[in-house]
Write a protein that binds this ligand. Structure first.
Ligand SMILES: Cc1cc2nc3c(=O)[nH]c(=O)nc-3n(C[C@H](O)[C@H](O)[C@H](O)COP(=O)(O)O)c2cc1C
Length: 251
């Protein structure tokens, strides 16, 4: 197996970091990897906010619901869908700017930001760092916009604390590859297929322990009743829609 595949196949989220800084040379390699990926029309519709300052981490921490990675990691990269820079370029070259003030533009910018984020992650792992994405960046988007001083046409989409791992955790159990793959056309999931694809995950000791702790009959109900609850999802969807309007991506 080559080194790239080895890095990819051994990915695991790391939530505890050594008290060791990420030096500028390493950071710059990660940033260069982030900026080297495919991008819509080569417009590079993303930005990365580098957080290293302790005071800034403390400001952001409550927005990440005080997850320890948000303060303990030496480095945090926040990737934003960003049409600001390209719109400014158009503005200063007498090109039409309103062409990119719509949901389609946001969609492109999100894709670019996620490609950049994943490139940064692969680079970081290949350099011996560990990281853990923080989904909390997608919750109170409006507050992150304020604290990070994001102008119109910029929305944060991925936040990734990084550092040197205290220890390399065991690989996380995943669904079999066949669960995600469809050949030629989409093959929908009936009960039999779902039973088959989730069998291993459902019978694992980790799942059994979660069921005992939560006193619930299955993993799906842990998701819908505990982890990502409808009322919260609907609330944060509204926050996101409002932010999309405020940032100029929707009327
Ligand atoms: C969009 C996204 C948001 C995530 N948010 C969190 C988070 O807020 N806290 C956390 O501990 N892990 C978070 N994770 C990490 C996932 O839990 C982890 O990637 C998943 O369980 C698979 O494990 P692995 O990364 O070790 O393969 C997030 C991952 C992604 C891609």
């Amino acid at each position: 197996m080559n080194e790239t595949l080895n890095t990819l196949f051994n990915h695991v989220s790391v939530r505890e970091y050594l008290d060791r800084k990420v030096d500028d040379e390493t950071l710059n390699l990660i940033l260069k990897a982030a900026c080297s990926g495919s991008t819509m029309g080569n417009m590079q519709l993303f930005s990365v906010i580098v957080t290293r300052d302790e005071a800034m981490k403390q400001k952001l921490a409550p927005l990440h619901f005080n997850q320890p990675m948000a303060t303990k990691a030496p480095l945090i990269l926040t990737f934003c869908a960003d049409f600001r820079r390209f719109n400014r370029y158009c503005e200063f070259r007498d090109a039409e700017t309103e062409a990119y003030s719509n949901l389609q533009s946001y969609h492109w910018a999100v894709i670019d930001a996620l490609i950049a984020a994943q490139n940064a992650c692969v680079a970081a792992e290949s350099l011996g760092l560990g990281f853990c994405w923080l989904g909390t960046i997608t919750y109170n988007v409006d507050k992150f916009i304020e604290v990070l001083n994001l102008p119109k046409h910029v929305i944060p989409v991925a936040c990734i604390p990084m550092g040197y791992p205290v220890a390399k955790p065991a690989l996380t159990q995943k669904l079999p590859v066949e669960a995600m793959v469809h050949y030629e056309t989409y093959q929908d999931y009936d009960k039999e297929k779902i039973d088959h694809l989730y069998a291993e995950k459902e019978s694992s000791e980790e799942t059994q322990q979660l069921l005992r702790e939560n006193n619930l009959p299955n993993l799906a109900q842990i998701f819908t009743q505990k982890r990502y609850v409808k009322a919260d999802n609907e609330h944060f969807a509204k926050v996101l829609l409002d932010a999309l309007k405020k940032q100029g991506f929707m009327q």
